[in-house]
Design a protein around this ligand. Structure first.
Ligand SMILES: Nc1ncnc2c1ncn2[C@@H]1O[C@H](COP(=O)(O)OP(=O)(O)OP(=O)(O)O)[C@@H](O)[C@H]1O
Ligand SMILES: [Mg+2]
Length: 418
């Protein structure tokens, strides 16, 4: 290893939806590590190709799945940290491996990209973590961090320290400010929403101990994948029988629809047992066409494709502030639905209220009122969601919102924090 690399820090943002890495050498600026071609971020996704037994990552993994290649897609693996499912074994290329091993496989690919891009592994590695992997359970939260650390060690990283993701985002923002400010940093990603209130100042950059500048941190396990689930349950799952009343007057049992709408649970529905359970729901339907659609989705492993359709429509409806169609012709000709701006606000009202409550809690913990804040700094892909921005505007009407680097800021801040 070169002497320069020995004194460099690698920041790893292992995200629920996207991952990124940045490196900082000897007090210089943080630089993003190219991950897929020149792209500095890549989807946290793996695809195990069942035809040729190859493993694919990132955009390549998603593309293989969407092209209909036979195999298994895995997304949102970070959501399994802190859950009992993490140690469950699953068959991958004819071998039984745990989901923790699969996270490790993804991190091993990141380690390889870092070595290839930088000519070796930096001496320090700082990994991000949400304020809470698991809400309201300190033991499971600690287990989640430990599992991620172990996965990183198994992947070949020699030693890993952790930094809270919102603090990393704040340190990245601090590189660009020109005068002291007290900022509410809002990082809304795929799995979690994290907040911190920090005192930032150009002259404080690079200080060893910043703990007295961190006035409060809060976090809640709600993010973009939860928004996708809500939209899917309200708009798509009814097409497969969710809330459909059967011949006895009872609704079809809803569990399968919740799992099919939850990114990290979809793959469980394709096991022989889950398929049998779903097949047995047929007698709970009055309209068996709805059941036939459900079975088609499960047999043809179209669950991630549905989730992807919802996610893309959510983003499109939010960006354009206009209706976004969700065509489902690949389930049945003419089938589909649409996300509308009003629907976004209505169906996401409850999770958005949880996110805003968590922001308020952070302000209170810091002993501030809205007036004590100089800015709200927004990062994380879901911070772009229009109704979320509006809800924050209502909650903190006098505080200007500043948009950061939505997808790279945490990795850059992690590299700086080392
Ligand atoms: N323009 C947009 N409007 C709304 N949501 C968006 C937009 N762009 C991306 N998203 C959502 O942002 C989320 C991904 O954001 P990001 O990459 O910051 O998350 P992450 O870092 O992987 O997750 P986490 O930090 O929670 O582990 C996805 O849920 C995606 O649907
Ligand atoms: Mg993130």
């Amino acid at each position: 290893m070169t002497a320069t690399l020995q004194h460099a820090t690698l920041g790893i943002d292992f995200g629920t939806s996207n991952s990124a890495m940045a490196v900082r050498v000897a007090g210089g600026p943080a630089r993003m590590v190219p991950l897929e071609g020149a792209a500095p971020t890549l989807p946290t996704a793996l695809f195990f190709n069942a035809q040729d037994h190859t493993t694919h990552f990132g955009r390549d993994a998603v593309a293989q799945y969407l092209e209909g290649t036979e195999g298994r897609l895995m997304r949102s693996l970070k959501s399994l940290l802190g859950s009992a499912l993490l140690q469950d074994k699953t068959a991958v290329h004819n071998q039984l491996v745990s989901y923790q091993d699969i996270i490790s496989l993804f991190l091993r690919m990141l380690a390889q990209k870092a070595c290839d891009g930088l000519g070796g592994m930096p001496g320090r590695v700082v990994m991000g973590r949400p304020v809470h992997f698991v809400d309201g359970d300190a033991d499971r939260d600690q287990q989640a961090e430990q599992a991620l650390r172990q996965a990183a060690l198994d992947a070949g990283f020699a030693e890993v320290s952790f930094q809270l993701e919102p603090i990393a985002a704040a340190l990245d923002y601090e590189q660009r400010i020109t005068h002291e400010s007290v900022v509410l940093v809002v990082d809304i990603g795929g799995g979690t929403s994290d907040f911190t209130i920090v005192r930032l100042a150009p002259e404080r950059r690079g200080r060893e101990d910043r703990s007295s500048d961190v006035l409060a941190t809060t976090g809640v396990h709600v993010g973009g994948t939860d928004f996708d689930r809500r939209l899917s349950l309200d708009l798509l799952m009814p097409l497969l029988g969710f809330r459909h009343t059967g011949p006895t007057g009872r609704e079809v049992p809803s569990r399968v629809f919740f799992e099919l709408s939850t990114w990290h649970l979809i793959q469980w529905l394709y096991s022989p047992r889950a398929l049998r359970d779903a097949q047995n729901l047929r007698t709970d339907y009055s309209n068996v066409q709805l059941h036939a659609r459900l079975m088609r989705v499960l047999h043809e492993r179209l669950g991630h494709r549905m989730a992807n359709t919802v996610e893309q429509a959510k983003i499109a409806a939010s960006l354009a502030d206009a209706d976004a169609p969700m065509p489902l012709d690949w389930i049945e000709p003419g089938l589909g639905a649409a996300v509308t701006p009003a629907g976004l606000a209505q169906f996401l009202a409850q999770p958005l209220a949880q996110v805003v409550a968590c922001a308020h809690e952070c302000v209170q913990l810091a002993g501030l009122s809205g007036e004590g804040l100089d800015a709200i700094y927004l990062t994380g892909g879901s911070s772009a969601l229009r109704p979320l921005r509006q809800a924050l505007q209502v909650a903190f009407p006098d505080t200007p919102q500043v948009e950061g680097d939505l997808f790279g800021g945490v990795a850059a801040g992690l590299a700086v924090s080392g």
